[in-house]
Design a protein around this ligand. Structure first.
Ligand SMILES: [Zn+2]
Ligand SMILES: [Zn+2]
Length: 257
């Protein structure tokens, strides 16, 4: 009962063998895939992909890298997309001060706008935050004041305080296969500190393949490496990790399991 709650199967990396990748995911026991949008075109592609496969769902949003491309028009396109039946959340959205591919003020402005849209529509959000934890928490706290804020902080990185504050806001935390990297002892520490009831599994494919496969294209089937790592770190049975994280995902994204 594996799940991959964050991947980008619509990316051109899969143009040659998308069907095989999806079949391998199914064969490896994955029961749920959430394909996350990164800009308006990729959000539209995510929705079409989800329409084709019963176990694939979509989130729509604009990545902070692409914040500079947003306009009133793209926001109204997003508003239309969230009405589609296989759209279960908004993302990825957030702040990335590591690469700063869009100006900070534009990233903040867009993050606020999509958070408001998601909250008005009662949709969970998929948050990307890299080297931006102070602003991320400040913005999330502002939005949480107006009512319940649900979502997941994906590909978790940062420090212990950030983890604590995200959990206090009721957010889920998702880890990727980068927790298997030799130098990632800080990430494994966060896995220890995070209650399993709050953890989601994700590959962020095509990025971040597990240790032993670094330098290759990642794919959802590799989520088992992550589940095994979590099972060892937390000393919880592998099947139990799969079941609990699957249920966490279904609960957050209101998917009937
Ligand atoms: Zn991301
Ligand atoms: Zn991503």
């Amino acid at each position: 009962m594996l799940s991959d709650t964050h991947c980008h199967l619509d990316f051109p990396d899969y143009d040659k063998d998308r069907l095989e990748v999806i079949q391998r995911a199914r064969d490896s026991g994955i029961k749920l895939i959430i394909n996350v949008g990164s800009d308006i075109e990729h959000s539209i592609a995510a929705v079409s992909l989800a329409d084709e496969f019963d176990f694939i769902y979509a989130c729509v949003g604009i990545h902070p890298h692409d914040a500079k491309t947003y306009s009133e028009d793209t926001l109204s396109q997003l508003k239309e997309l969230i009405k589609k039946p296989k759209v279960v959340g908004m993302g990825e959205i957030g702040l990335d001060y590591f690469r700063n591919l869009s100006p900070k003020d534009v990233q903040i402005d867009l993050f606020n706008k999509i958070l408001s849209m998601a909250r008005e529509s009662n949709l969970p959000v998929v948050i990307h935050s890299r080297q931006a934890q102070i602003d991320t928490i400040k913005i999330l706290k502002d939005h949480a004041q107006g009512g319940l804020l649900t979502g997941v902080v994906h590909c978790f990185s940062g420090d212990e305080l950030f983890l604590k504050e995200c959990l206090e806001l009721g957010l889920n935390i998702s880890f990727t296969c980068n927790i298997t990297y030799k130098k990632a002892s800080n990430l494994r520490e966060f896995v220890k500190l995070c209650p399993v009831e709050k953890i989601l599994l994700e590959t962020d494919s095509p990025f971040l393949p597990p240790e032993g496969k670094r330098g290759t294209r990642n794919e959802p089937g590799n989520v088992s490496f992550l589940a095994k790592a979590i099972s060892e770190i937390k000393n919880i049975d592998y099947e139990m990790v799969n079941r609990i994280t699957f249920e966490n995902a279904c609960r957050l994204f209101s998917i009937s399991s």
